[in-house]
Design a protein around this ligand. Sequence first.
Ligand SMILES: [Fe+2]
Ligand SMILES: [Fe+2]
Length: 291
Amino acid sequence: METAEFLKILESIKDLPTLPVIAFEVNRMLMNSSTSIDLLSETIKKDQSIVSKILKLVNSAFYGARSKVSTIHEAVIRLGFNSVRNIVVSVSVFDAFAMNDDQGLAFDIEDLWKHSVGVAITSKYLSEKAGLQDPDDCFVSGLLHDIGLIILAQNFPEVLKEMMGMVRQEGVSIYDAEKKLLQIRHNKIGELMAQKWQLPTSLCDALKYHHLPIRGAINPELITLVHLGDVICNRYMITSINPKKDKRSPILTSVSPQSEKILEKYFMYADDWFPEVYEKIKEACLFFINK
Ligand SMILES: [Fe+2]
Ligand SMILES: [Fe+2]
């Protein structure tokens, strides 16, 4: 399929996922510098299920709660606007993309979410340890980095099936298979989605460049953190797509040398710190996926 044709189809899908209303509204409000803490809190409080999820997340050990936050107002004051936006986007995106895996897909969608949660936690951890970037930016970028694959799974299951066939039979990576079949890769689809949702440019960039760090990006550090989180999760088999009976990660196992250099000591000694992170990932999977 030609890229133009694919984009036309993508654009024409009426029920292409929209960002959940609350996240869209919060995101829009934060573009306006006159938005007050009270107004933001009141807006979030309109959706009580989001409120309880936000409080549960910010108070969780895996997210790194320092002291208990009891209300949304308090969360906004303590965490700040940007972090609250990231958290609202993170928790609401799971509702928007809820999908059971009995749809004859070429892979288990739950595995993809587990991988995404793994990358979110790992990138956030690296950000905190290295003192680089905002850990919450890393979390939401890691969580959404492979959203392009979800879009493919939901809207182009046949194409995805064909891609997975190529991965299994020809031994190519899914990254190469999608290029061959679609002329467009999931990172680009993710970027288009994030742009449609009007998310910040740095987040759109993190989705676009997570396999090709730094080149042309406005925030190379954020991309580096997400890229390394992805590589490390693939290395420890928290993979997004794992063809049955084949334990190799078909996504991308190589690390960009430039990125590796930036976080060399963390990357080299991942065996030492990853078990601790893995425990957090397990807790986070329970929170987000309930498994
Ligand atoms: Fe990816
Ligand atoms: Fe990934």
